[in-house]
Design a protein around this ligand. Structure first.
Ligand SMILES: Nc1nc2c(ncn2[C@@H]2O[C@H](COP(=O)(O)OP(=O)(O)OP(=O)(O)O)[C@@H](O)[C@H]2O)c(=O)[nH]1
Ligand SMILES: [Mg+2]
Length: 330
């Protein structure tokens, strides 16, 4: 199960109470106040980590809270501070306040932290009320409540390139051909059920992250197939690659597939269509592909270098595609 949206109630720790206590020792009459302050409640902190790839951990968790501060004690002992609760989330997690709809944070960098709920301050013990005019204060205060916040965490993968296509077009095969990602590939639709990330390593130690998302079909915006919710994972990419099956094996043709993808993307977010894109006609190793390729070239006039005819399975045309990807993402 791949979880990319969760609703949580986060609560910071309550501050510990201050106490009233008196110093009582042999030979020290009227020892004075010695009640310590309460400790601070723990904070709730979100931290982005590249090692984490989904919000799965939060799936069956609704309420999470940090530790409360300890109560103060006699002999001026301060209560223990509550431990912070550090929640680790994948890079690309958006934090939204459910009640106001406000976006609080966007954790994109590895190690980036965000303090969501501040722990309550500890109460004051009676020692802290001591003054020249009141040398024996008999008061203390309770600790403050920790902050409580209802948040939505939404993961939008951070990739440079997003692959979009109908089921079986060969998206997963392509991500395997260009990166070291090992993903599930099979000759039936909807093999990929959740987004995969692949890394394209360049000679100069840079890398390009490629996202493979589940196939999209006509009517996906009406929730057909797996829907278009997954498109959120390509929303932040610099470049889109439309992967089309040129072989017509599944009784489709790349021209109409291309139209379907464009209208589904538009239904999700019209901005996506303004993004730079490449078109890949895949499976050209199959003889039937030739006619489809010709037809496609006639109908859609794309810029030079924007259309690639490849065979992801055989690796044919893949290096040229990688070169184009480099050009477009740098
Ligand atoms: N002949 C041929 N078959 C290919 C090529 N690329 C992929 N295939 C086959 O097409 C089928 C689907 O490939 P996948 O990579 O799983 O397709 P997908 O687009 O990821 O599909 P979903 O995950 O279901 O959306 C598999 O049986 C692949 O072996 C190719 O270049 N030539
Ligand atoms: Mg797939």
């Amino acid at each position: 199960m791949f979880v990319d949206r969760v609703l949580l109630e986060l609560r910071a720790g309550k501050g510990g109470n201050g106490v009233v206590a008196w110093r009582r020792e042999k030979f020290i009459p009227k020892g004075g106040p010695c009640g310590g302050n309460g400790g601070k409640g723990g904070d709730v902190i979100l931290r982005a980590d590249v090692q984490i790839s989904s919000l799965d951990w939060f799936r069956n968790r609704r309420l999470l809270h940090a530790e409360n501060g300890g109560q103060g004690a006699g002999a001026n002992r301060q209560g223990r501070n509550g431990k912070n609760l550090v929640l680790v989330v994948p890079c690309g997690t958006l934090v939204k306040n459910i009640d106001t709809g406000e976006i609080l944070a966007d954790l994109t960098e590895d190690g980036q932290e965000w303090l969501v709920c501040q722990g309550g301050k500890g109460g004051r013990g009676n020692t802290s009320f001591k003054s020249p005019t009141n040398r024996a204060p008999n008061t203390c205060t309770p600790g403050k409540e920790g902050e409580l916040l209802r948040v939505e965490l939404e993961l939008k993968l951070i990739a440079d390139v997003g692959l979009v296509g109908l089921p079986n077009a060969g998206k997963s095969t392509l991500i395997e051909a260009v990166s070291k990602a090992r993903v599930k590939i099979a000759p039936y639709p909807f093999t990929t059920l959740h987004p995969n990330l692949g890394q394209l390593q360049l000679d100069d130690f840079r890398r390009i992250l490629v996202a493979d998302i589940p196939g999209i079909i006509e009517g996906a915006h009406l929730n057909r197939g797996l829907g278009i919710e997954f498109l959120r994972h390509i929303e932040r990419t610099k470049l889109l690659i439309f992967v089309l099956d040129a072989s017509g094996i599944d009784g489709r043709d790349p021209c109409s597939d291309y139209k379907v993808l464009q209208s589904e993307l538009k239904a999700y977010n019209p901005e996506l269509l303004k993004r730079p894109f490449l078109v890949v006609l895949n499976k050209v190793d199959v003889p039937e592909a030739e006619d489809h390729v010709k037809e496609f070239k006639k109908r859609f006039k794309l810029k030079r270098g924007q259309l690639h005819c490849i065979s992801a399975a055989l690796g044919e045309g893949v290096p040229a595609l990688v070169d184009s990807v480099k050009e477009w993402t740098i």
